[in-house]
Design a protein around this ligand. Structure first.
Ligand code: GLN
Length: 335
């Protein structure tokens, strides 16, 4: 078995994740290993986020059979923040279809920070990446609905179907972000000036701020991820949320851009589509197998949960989840 620099044996597996005790043991190992890390800093540009306990740490894996494995603080609520972008994008793809979603918001990494204005200017006003603020605002603006409230209902109900329970806005987070989100308002207006947002930009930022303020826990993220892993069907409720092709397209976008400008490093280390948020949430998807939800508020410089990444890397290796890993079909062929 290969052991790389991380020291965790790298296995390659096709099919389901191992059942019960094995997965529980690996989850505990991943949690213990990542708990030793205290690097990074809790986000404070949204004032309320600075109040988070930096030591809170939960890891949950939901498999496509609906089985749950949990370690640590998996039921501590936090705001979903940027992770909402992945699921709102899936709802948009479901509503608009592959071609139109591709054309309107794009699928490429900008290589720049999530709140970059420069990225918009460099691309002639095209948002380019639905996993950073400009592309996410453009995505939210395209969600069908007559009024701001109608569009908000589509998003809240859609994300609730992914989670398998009615998600609610955390009012304190919403108020804190609403009074400080000048940059997002500027981004929405800039997109309007380029004709990329055709609705009132103020209403778009309002819906976007609410979607970012939805309260979830690590267990919710795992179930939401497992829904994308399971061809768009929530494995806990059995309800179809989006089409299988939409789940596929969303995961492709996450693989390219889910961890902001660190997406390449993430894919290299973990080999799975994922999405992070500045409150410290991280969702990772092993297609056909499982969703992994983590919560640990200390972030790296790009805004990704440090412990979440370390725990997920451990699980990806130990459970053989890396989508690019394979073993030779025949050990050695005579030449
Ligand atoms: N609501 C946050 C913002 O718009 C989300 C950013 C994030 O999670 N990276 O700034």
């Amino acid at each position: 078995m290969d052991v790389d620099a991380s020291g965790v044996p790298q296995v390659a597996v096709t099919g389901a994740v191992p059942s019960g005790p094995d997965t529980d043991r690996l989850l505990t190992e991943a949690h213990e290993h990542a708990s030793r890390h205290a690097e990074g800093a809790v986000a404070d540009y949204i004032p309320i986020l600075a109040a988070a306990d930096p030591e809170v740490f939960g890891v949950c894996l939901a498999d496509v059979e609906g089985g749950l494995h949990e370690v640590g603080d998996t039921r501590v609520p936090f705001s979903i923040q940027s992770i909402s972008k992945a699921f709102v994008y899936a709802l948009l793809c479901d509503a608009l279809g592959h071609e139109r979603a591709f054309e309107m918001v794009g699928v490429n990494n900008t290589g720049l920070a999530f709140n970059s204005v420069v990225a918009i200017e460099l691309n002639d006003g095209h948002p380019r990446n639905p996993m950073v603020n400009a592309g996410a605002l453009a995505t939210t603006a395209l969600i069908p609905g007559e009024t701001t409230e109608d569009r908000w209902a589509v998003i809240r109900e859609g994300l609730s179907r992914f989670a398998g329970r009615a998600l609610e806005v955390d009012d304190e987070v919403y108020r804190s972000e609403s009074t400080t989100n000048h940059r997002n308002r500027a981004i929405a207006q800039l997109l309007e000036s380029y004709g990329r947002i055709e609705r009132d930009p103020g209403g778009v930022v309002e819906v976007y701020t609410r979607q970012c303020s939805l309260s979830v826990d690590a267990h919710d993220l795992a179930v939401m991820g497992a829904t994308l892993a399971d061809g768009g069907v929530n494995p806990v409720t059995g309800q179809r949320v989006v089409a299988a092709t939409v789940a596929r397209d969303t995961l492709a976008v996450l693989a390219a851009s889910g961890l902001y400008e660190r997406s390449g490093e993430w894919l290299f280390e973990i080999g799975l589509p994922g999405k992070s948020g500045v409150a410290g949430g991280l969702v990772t998807v092993a297609p056909g197998k499982a969703g992994i939800g983590c919560y640990a508020p200390r972030l790296d410089a790009a805004g990704n949960s440090v412990r979440g990444q370390i725990a997920t890397a451990h699980l990806s290796r130990a459970l053989g989840l890396h989508v690019f890993a394979s073993n030779p079909h025949v050990e050695e062929r005579p030449r």
